[in-house]
Design a protein around this ligand. Sequence first.
Ligand SMILES: Nc1ncnc2c1ncn2[C@@H]1O[C@H](COP(=O)(O)OP(=O)(O)OP(=O)(O)O)[C@@H](O)[C@H]1O
Ligand SMILES: [Mg+2]
Length: 469
Amino acid sequence: MRFSIRTRLTFWYVSLLTVSLLSFGAAFSYSLFRIFMYRMDGQISSVANMMVHTVIRPSGQLFLPQDFDIILERFFGIRTAGNYIQILDQKGNLVARSSNLENFTLPISRDTYINALKGKTTFEVVRTLGRYPVRMVTKPIILKGKGHVAIVQVASSLEGMEAIFHSLAYIFTLWIAASAIIASAVGWFLARKALAPVAEITNTARRIGAENLNERINVSVPDEIGRLASTINEMIERLEKSFQQIKQFTADASHELKTPLTILRGEMEIALRSRDNEYMKEVIASALEEIDRMSYIVRNLLDLAKMDVEKESAPKEIVELDRVLSERVELLRRLALDRGVSIDILKNRPASVPGNQVRLSQLFFNLIDNALKYTPRGGAVGLYLDTEDGMAVFRVRDSGIGIARSDLPYIFDRFYRVDKARSREVGGAGLGLSICKEIVDSHGGYIEVESDEGRGSTFTVKLPLAVMD
Ligand SMILES: Nc1ncnc2c1ncn2[C@@H]1O[C@H](COP(=O)(O)OP(=O)(O)OP(=O)(O)O)[C@@H](O)[C@H]1O
Ligand SMILES: [Mg+2]
């Protein structure tokens, strides 16, 4: 089962908090316990030390009065209150004990006894004495020359400490439980607040369709979610643009095809009514021209559509641009001659690029065709092919009519023509340059134009060269 982000966030938040509180509680209790033990050990061992000095006479004899603890307190200032004191002889037999022990005897384990014989002091917790455990120190009394004479045991109850730790555990449990409950509520609220923009994004995205691509998500804060919203907005904007372009393209294409159809229809009607053979011939010739024009547009549109498909799976071959250029120019010489424009290859350096030969040839054709079309009689078209920084550079320079600065940004758009009437005269549909742009893009290159109105234009194409191995 998948939980919502909100639930997961809250869960992690609360778990982390609980784990950190638990570890804090554990570390705190442990430290407290160590401090407690340290102090208790200090206290019982100082009583034990005093006992050692008290029960030994200067002669080395053990001094064990009847009222053991009364004398201890009165003469030596050792208070037995809270401390259980016991003296054993060197064999481990009881010789004296403080009255608060009553009939109880502090136990001595084998290990502790052996330790004492070795002169070592042992600290331990004894649980077998009464209701509460006690902390006990066992210390041997060793005299110079006489060796091991007795063992002193001092113990103190851990009752107070147990009580403190029980209360502490109780307080910690309550505290952690309360924190977890409060943290769940706060976490749930915070997660909702943090995720509110996501809900807004979801709602807006759900509302957006082809009809209202102008809608945008409200971006209020520049945080991660704000950035996500801006990114989605940018994406919607691109979608809107593409949609707009498609709409525009469809409208333009229909319009472009409708014009020749209308003309065709008008001419046919006239032809139907006319009895003049010569006139009929003229009309049919004109109709054929319109049909050619329509075929030209349809062919170009098909090319554009095909290129959109090709983009994904274009097989790449090595294309020698210099050869393509020479061949193209040979084919266009006749056209140039008809138009009275000179055409010259001013530089043709060998350059090979990976790509589609048919398309690259079409690219050259479209650019040279434009240069010839938009250059008046007597003008010149110069062609250059060179290499530069790993790129093949192809340049078409003409001395033609040029393009106004205001038109430059649009000439690569589909169906865009600077002068519709003139273009129509020379047979242009406004698709040539948009096809060029598609071809250049799909080959990973770019195309630029510089133009001086009335003096001529230069189109420059740069394509990445093939890597020779
Ligand atoms: N070398 C040039 N000199 C002046 N104007 C140009 C030149 N090349 C293109 N243009 C302008 O840019 C417009 C768009 O060119 P494009 O090649 O896309 O269309 P076209 O030549 O009119 O038609 P098509 O190429 O589809 O037959 C042209 O109509 C023309 O106005
Ligand atoms: Mg053209």
